[in-house]
Design a protein around this ligand. Structure first.
Ligand code: PEP
Length: 247
């Protein structure tokens, strides 16, 4: 009932030549029946990648956006600029933004709102650190990250947000949450949304953190895992298309 979604986060990787080669390979390999596929290159390559994709098989997303509409915000990119480029998705609150660029729950909520106001679908990242998991507060941390966005947006708008559960300890480390650990947190997130009044049965919750072609099928077999947010493995066409095929 919830169509699977696989999103590639290219992070700060790529070049005109490498993007061209990667998209050409993806166009050959991807069979996106039954799965929606999004790639998120750096801002400066959005137009190039959008033009290379040519057809609607792959959608294009950005990796962040400004919470402001326009004006004196040097270095920032607004939601309406993303929409202008035909960018239909944006990742918000990635742990690298939260830890490295001061994106608090409040900032993240305003960015999610800015995305929705611009007609760009937000992918809200949430997740706990290893210390938080070891201290037994993973649900508390993730729950408050979810609550901050739901209370800022209201329940109606919150149902348009895609969530990505990305345990910080699994991002780029080669350590994946077990399918059972991931399913448990996804079920917790969906329940938290329901308790807040969001009609959450249609809300997609992606898993992110060292997803590969090897572990994707088991993760996707879990009832509350609706796809993946993929970092490293999205830079290799064979691996990324195999993850999409597993969805
Ligand atoms: C990410 O950056 O969102 C991510 C999940 O990275 P990786 O797949 O490399 O762990």
């Amino acid at each position: 009932m919830r169509k699977k979604l696989v999103v590639g986060n290219w992070k700060m990787n790529g070049s005109l030549a490498r993007n061209e080669a990667l998209v050409a390979e993806l166009r050959k390999l991807l069979r996106p029946d039954g799965v929606d596929v999004v790639v998120c290159p750096p801002f400066v390559y959005l137009s190039q990648v959008k033009a290379l994709i040519k057809d609607a098989i792959i959608a294009v997303g950005a990796q962040s956006l400004s919470s402001a509409k326009e004006g004196a915000y040097t270095g920032e990119v607004s939601g309406s600029m993303l929409a202008d480029l035909g960018c239909s998705w944006v990742i918000v609150g990635h742990s690298e933004r939260r830890s490295g660029y001061g994106e608090t729950n409040v900032v993240v909520a305003t960015k999610v709102q800015a995305a929705l106001d611009s007609g760009v679908r937000p992918i809200l990242c949430v997740g706990e650190t290893l210390e938080q998991r070891d201290a037994g507060v993973a649900e508390e941390v993730v729950g408050s990250q979810v609550d901050a966005v739901v209370s800022a947006l209201g329940v109606e708008a919150a149902s348009f947000v895609v969530l990505a559960y990305e345990p910080v300890w699994a991002i780029g480390t080669g350590k994946t949450a077990t399918p059972e650990q991931a399913q448990a947190m996804h079920a917790f997130i969906r329940d938290r949304l329901v308790r807040s009044g969001v009609s959450a049965q249609g809300v997609k919750i992606l898993y992110g953190g060292s997803v590969t072609a090897v572990n994707a099928s088991l993760l996707f077999s879990k009832p509350d895992i609706d796809g993946a947010l993929v970092g490293g493995a999205s830079l290799v066409a064979e691996g990324f298309s195999a993850i999409c095929a597993a969805a």
